[in-house]
Design a protein around this ligand. Structure first.
Ligand code: F6P
Length: 321
């Protein structure tokens, strides 16, 4: 392999830049040329290639977002679109591709690689931490820390005014982010897409907590499990004497300088992804299990589902007394 391509796809996540830097510099250190592809699979289709050298990735290790830009590009599901992308890669002389992104990007990398026997490696990067085969994705630790610090601030008002707060965090399909945030900030209740929780159950839990002397509570709600505004309106009707408020954390969770854990993971993954391709092994995702960097076949990644840490629920329930 003489030339490697690198792109970021899907939702941005803190640490994507650090992962680009690691992949680019690893490839350069082995004497490869590197092409950056702008705007993810969209840029692959539009042939938005950039020559990258070591200086192109200077000063980005601490910057969130992705300097290569990213976008959602559902058209990549079409085989004729992927065919054009494959042709563009060939015309640019790119012989291997590092994709940095989440579950949709994993499906894209797998399809491209299996359709055309093209070497591709995935670096899992998403604030959702919902990708099978890795304990952590690049960006998750930063997003959890950002959300925890926001909830800590909200807790100050909740305690001072004896109010109940519903805090909506990201996570359209999975509750991995919500449940981690809930444990870390001592939330009394967590509501995730994986487990249906009717408003009546929330009412019952709040009543139980009130009877135990709790004057304020924090409810963490994953966006895929409902809308904070609606749940708050429902609870306010049920508890007219209480002051119930809500906050939607939204995109603040996707930005912010990456934590050291995110940066280290990005560096480990960037190096491992390039080395995997150089050994002629594809299509793989690089991941971490315990403290070990592992390679997981992309076929498994796209066909298996990562479970939320269900054990956390028991912690949250036992702590909310
Ligand atoms: O996949 C990361 C994520 O932030 C989800 O938690 C969220 O539901 C989604 O992206 C939002 O994506 P977009 O910004 O494209 O609407």
């Amino acid at each position: 392999m003489k030339k490697l391509g690198v792109l970021t796809a899907g939702g941005d996540a803190p640490g994507m830049n650090a992962a680009i830097r690691a992949a680019v510099r690893t490839a350069l250190s082995y004497g490869l040329e590197v092409a950056g592809i702008e705007r993810g699979y969209g840029g692959l289709y539009e042939k938005a290639f950039l020559k990258l050298d070591s200086r192109s990735v200077s000063g980005i290790i601490n910057k969130s977002g992705t300097f290569l830009k990213t976008k959602r590009f559902p058209q990549f599901k079409e085989k004729d679109v992927r065919e054009k992308c494959r042709r563009n890669l060939a015309e640019e002389g790119v012989e291997g591709l590092v994709v940095i992104g989440g579950d949709g990007s994993a499906r894209g990398a797998y399809a491209l690689s299996s359709d055309f026997d093209f070497p591709a490696a995935l670096i899992p990067a998403s604030i959702d931490n919902d990708i099978y085969g890795t304990d952590f994705t690049v960006g998750f630790d930063t997003a959890v820390n950002t959300a925890v610090s926001a909830v800590d601030n909200i807790r100050d008002t909740a305690t001072s005014h004896e109010r109940t707060f519903v805090v909506e965090v990201m996570g359209r399909e999975k509750g991995n982010l919500a449940i981690e945030v809930a444990v870390a900030c001592g939330a009394e209740i967590v509501i995730v897409p994986e487990i249906k929780m009717e408003g009546e159950k929330v009412v019952r839990l709040l009543k139980e907590q009130e009877m135990k002397g709790k004057a304020s509570s924090i409810i963490i709600l994953a966006e895929g499990a409902g809308k904070a505004e609606e749940l708050t309106a429902f609870l306010q009707k049920e508890f007219p004497e209480k002051q119930i408020r809500y906050s939607v954390l939204g995109y603040i969770q996707r930005g912010g300088s990456p934590t050291y854990l995110t940066r280290v993971l990005a560096a480990q993954f960037g190096k491992a992804a390039v080395e995997t391709l150089m050994e002629g092994k594809y299509p793989f995702m690089v991941g971490i299990r315990g403290s070990e960097i592992v390679r997981v076949p992309l076929k498994r990644v796209v066909s298996c589902s990562k479970l939320m840490p269900y054990g956390h629920l028991d912690i949250i329930n036992r702590m909310a007394i």
